[in-house]
Write a protein that binds this ligand. Structure first.
Ligand code: NAP
Length: 264
């Protein structure tokens, strides 16, 4: 297998294992990054910015398959638009996108909704850009990666008392397992909206934080904080969970044992 595959976001948490797995499958991989990087470990880097469109024509040129993992907390629909316009001109035969569970079920209506959950509206808009691109496409929605929960836990536990968003639960998933699934989809035929991928267990925020505190040998009191708005209500009702798709095997505790306990 020697297809030319472009991985946007190939330097990120999800993109790195995606690149490794594509290489293991024998693909020729190119990575888009905003920073210029030397080619290394069989990967070619192309410099470009999806937010402005700069460098994207060259990045997609000759890419038969694009795995679009680039993203940030804002503006993913604009990044997707710049990418699909260039990909359509380049004749890409499969565009694969990673989105988030609940993107289609969170009402982002008020300013409060947008401030806390605007990311989900942006992911849904990006999904629509992909689906309407005219290119053969596959979109996979995943729950939050362990790495993201860890980052948030590290930030929150810097405070002497942790404000905990009341009633919100997560079903974190291993980014490596999401990468496995995304690569399998990328190398298959375009599937449209694929079945969601979620981790093995649903946790309350205090459960996630207690796990982290235990693993890092810390103690902190927590206070529940109510989050206003329709979006928060939907999240409390569980729209960011996919209990029927708990296909991930690595638990939050497994992740902590490797990433936090081994360093403690
Ligand atoms: N993290 C989660 O829990 C989670 C859950 C579900 C879905 N997702 C989705 O999965 C994707 C990857 O998430 P991640 O956690 O791996 O992200 P990450 O670690 O923050 O990495 C983001 C990647 O996006 C690239 N990027 C950002 N803005 C860009 C721009 N304007 N132009 C080109 N590249 C840009 C960065 O590349 P450079 O810095 O090298 O330019 C980096 O490789 C995102 O689409 C995210 O929405 C994430």
């Amino acid at each position: 297998m020697t297809s030319d595959i472009l991985v946007t976001g190939g330097t990120g948490t999800l993109g790195r294992p995606v690149v490794r797995r594509l290489q293991d499958a024998g693909a020729k991989v190119r990575v888009l990054s905003r920073r210029s990087r030397e080619a290394g470990e069989g990967v070619e880097y192309v410099t470009g910015d999806l937010a402005t469109g700069q460098g994207i024509e060259a990045a997609v040129d000759g890419a038969e398959i694009i795995v679009h993992c680039a993203g940030s907390n804002k503006g993913d629909e604009d990044k997707a638009r710049n990418l699909v316009q260039a990909a359509a001109r380049a004749g890409t035969r499969h565009l694969v996108y990673i989105s988030v569970v609940g993107a289609d079920r969170i009402p982002v209506v008020s300013a409060a909704d947008r401030a806390m959950f605007g990311y989900f509206a942006s992911k849904l808009a990006a999904e629509r850009v992909v689906a309407d691109s005219g290119l053969p496409w596959t979109t996979l929605r995943a729950t939050q990666f362990h790495d993201l929960i860890l980052l948030v836990a590290q930030q929150m536990t810097k405070l002497p008392v942790i404000p905990v968003p009341a009633g919100i639960r997560f079903q974190p998933v291993d980014a490596g397992e999401v990468a496995d699934q995304l690569v399998e989809l990328a190398l298959g035929t375009p599937a449209g909206l694929a079945p969601d991928i979620a981790g093995p267990r649903v946790y309350t925020v205090p459960e996630l934080l207690h796990g982290y505190l235990r693993a890092s040998g810390k103690r902190r009191p927590m206070v529940p904080v109510p989050i206003p708005g329709q979006a928060a209500r939907a999240v409390r009702a569980g729209v960011i969970l996919a209990p029927g798709r708990a296909v991930g095997r690595r638990t939050w505790e497994d992740f902590l044992a490797e990433r936090v306990l081994s360093r403690a």
